[in-house]
Design a protein around this ligand. Structure first.
Ligand SMILES: [Zn+2]
Length: 300
């Protein structure tokens, strides 16, 4: 394996740094699979892959793993692809839902959240806050017309619950002017309302997510690039991201979502009350706080 091309871009020292970084990728569907593989191809050396799903015929047109991996857990298929690119990579796989593998979140540098289900994202959010882990989330909009990615720093800016309350509920994104589309809305199954887009739509969002992860892992080095805001909204098609303004296809808008000081998850009052009661926050509290309808979810 020659890493000279990567080394030429980020430098030998930074490449060595990436090789020591350990990231957890939760959700190895079309987005997460590509993010994990792209990070491996950029020099990240240690992975924890968590997914509860098996690769099926219907997944193959939108997944980094092809028919050779049919019937295998997606986490194992992606692990194999990573090893094919970088035999030195350390890859650990956990088959199951995140709730069953919380112990896999110890001694890691960053979380990559690539699950569809909002329920799982709330569980991950709490785990990331508890462990003071930065996390990069991404979501693809209905029919692949766009997507977004956000970097969440524990107790510095919004947590995922603050962020979702702002972006998933109130800021409706309208695609194709004249046509009503309320992306951001959470469907009755607790996942983003999605007729999932094409592979091309998903990969555009996933590569941005991967790039944000890579940049975050390189924080403190000479190649780290500060981002203009915490959230990027990508338009695959023409999208009305900001009211009255059409964002052309293949462009993006950066927005800053602020922390909600009264957030039930990361707000100071809650932490104070929790300290008094020593009681963990229930999912019901969260649902009440965000107004999101949550049921059992079905991951891609
Ligand atoms: Zn919060």
């Amino acid at each position: 394996m020659s890493w000279s091309r990567v080394e030429g871009v980020i430098g030998a020292e930074n490449l060595a740094l990436l090789a020591r970084k350990r990231v957890v990728v939760i959700g190895l569907g079309s987005g997460g699979g590509l993010v994990a593989l792209s990070l491996a191809m950029s020099g990240v050396g240690r992975f924890v892959l968590i997914d509860d799903d098996v690769l099926e015929e219907g997944n193959v047109v939108r997944h980094v793993a092809d028919r050779r991996y049919l019937g295998q857990p997606k986490a194992q298929a992606v692990a194999e692809l990573i090893r094919q690119r970088n035999p030195n990579a350390e890859v650990e796989t956990h088959i199951g839902r995140i709730e069953q593998h919380m112990d896999a979140l110890e001694q890691v540098d960053l979380l990559v959240v690539a699950v569809d289900g909002e329920n799982a994202k709330y569980v991950i959010n709490q785990a990331a806050l508890d462990r003071h882990l930065p996390a990069v989330y991404a979501g693809v909009y209905e029919r692949g017309e766009g997507g977004d990615a956000v970097v969440i720093y524990p107790y510095d800016g919004p947590c995922y619950a603050c962020w979702a309350a702002e972006l998933r509920d109130e800021h409706a994104v309208t695609a194709n002017p004249g046509q009503e589309l309320d992306y951001g809305m959470i469907g009755p199954t607790g996942t983003l309302e999605a007729e999932p887009g094409l592979w091309l739509h998903v990969t555009r969002v996933a590569t941005v997510q991967a790039h944000l992860v890579l940049n975050e892992l390189l924080k403190g080095t000479d190649v780290y690039e500060p981002m203009p805001a915490n959230t990027v909204i990508l338009a695959n098609s023409a999208l009305e991201i900001i009211t009255g303004q059409i964002t052309p296809p293949h462009s993006a808008v950066w927005v800053t979502i602020e922390r909600d000081p009264d957030c039930l998850v990361c707000g100071s009052q809650l932490r104070h009350e929790q300290a008094l009661q020593d009681a963990p926050l229930s999912l019901t509290d969260l649902v009440d706080a965000t107004g999101i309808v949550m049921q059992d979810e079905d991951e891609d």
